[in-house]
Design a protein around this ligand. Structure first.
Ligand SMILES: C[S@@+](CC[C@H](N)C(=O)[O-])C[C@H]1O[C@@H](n2cnc3c(N)ncnc32)[C@H](O)[C@@H]1O
Length: 235
């Protein structure tokens, strides 16, 4: 698939589909709580990436459908999505959610701990410091109870190893969600050799997207929601 520079530039925008459509979809977004709305505003102000409103909307309905009790997340950042998961699980009528979230960066981890405690979610969320794969392996060694749902939202070039690690701690039939799999539309629209700045991520995402789409262990869909969201049902 050969593309001219012009075609590529025309397609690559912040929105992976169409700006107007994305805005329209995002207009239906309502925050779960005022605290979460404030944290989203703060993250936006400081340009800290958290799940997009339209991704959150989709996750919200999905959680109403699956009603998970135990959620594993790789990529805590400031704790926004882990608190969204905790609140949403509570809203589905499950009284004691258990959210495990892993963050590699120590400063970010400390900030997440503070946010989670300030907003009163610390009884539901276990924040773990370290690399996603390594922490999962240590949870496995400790005989952790399996998870119903996982959300992978960390370094894009490591998605494959995060996925393989996550699979070891999922219950049969569990669901794994992977965010940013369309990364500004680049895996689809960049030339075969992507611009140097994005080369590693785009190449890794292309390999990842193809591998999970055709893996007989899964039923997989890559959705043009937010920055691309992959939903993997373990068969
Ligand atoms: C996009 S942010 C996560 C946003 C968060 N899920 C939310 O929506 O509120 C990605 C985070 O993953 C962390 N991260 C990067 N590599 C990681 C790794 N190998 N293991 C665990 N976390 C990692 C980064 O430090 C960053 O805070």
């Amino acid at each position: 698939m050969k593309k001219t520079e012009e075609t590529i530039m025309r397609h690559i925008t912040k929105d992976i589909t169409n700006e107007g459509v994305t805005e329209y979809i995002a207009s239906f977004y309502r925050p779960l709580t005022e605290d979460l709305a404030n944290l989203r505003r703060e993250a936006d102000k400081t340009a800290i990436p958290i799940i997009l409103p339209e991704t959150e909307n989709f996750l919200s309905t999905l959680l109403d459908i699956i009603r998970p009790k135990r959620v594993l997340e790789i990529g805590t950042s400031v704790g926004y999505s882990s608190m969204f998961f905790a609140q949403k699980v509570l809203d589905t009528g499950i009284s004691r959610p258990s959210i495990f979230t892993i963050e590699k960066d120590e400063e970010t981890y400390d900030l997440a701990l503070r946010n989670i405690s300030d907003l009163g979610y610390d009884k539901y969320i276990h924040c773990l410091l370290g690399d996603g794969e390594e922490v999962i392996n240590s949870l496995l060694d400790d005989g952790i109870e399996k998870f119903d749902l996982a959300f992978i939202d960390a370094a894009k070039s490591h998605y494959m190893r995060f996925l393989e690690a996550t699979l070891k701690v999922m219950r049969p039939g569990g669901i794994i969600l992977v965010d940013d799999t369309l990364f500004q539309g680049r895996p689809a629209l960049d030339p075969e050799e992507p611009p140097r700045k994005h080369r590693t991520n785009v190449k890794a995402l292309r390999e990842f997207n193809e591998a999970v789409a055709f893996d007989p262990r899964f039923s997989t869909s890559l959705l043009a929601v937010g920055n691309g969201l992959t939903i993997i049902k373990i068969l």
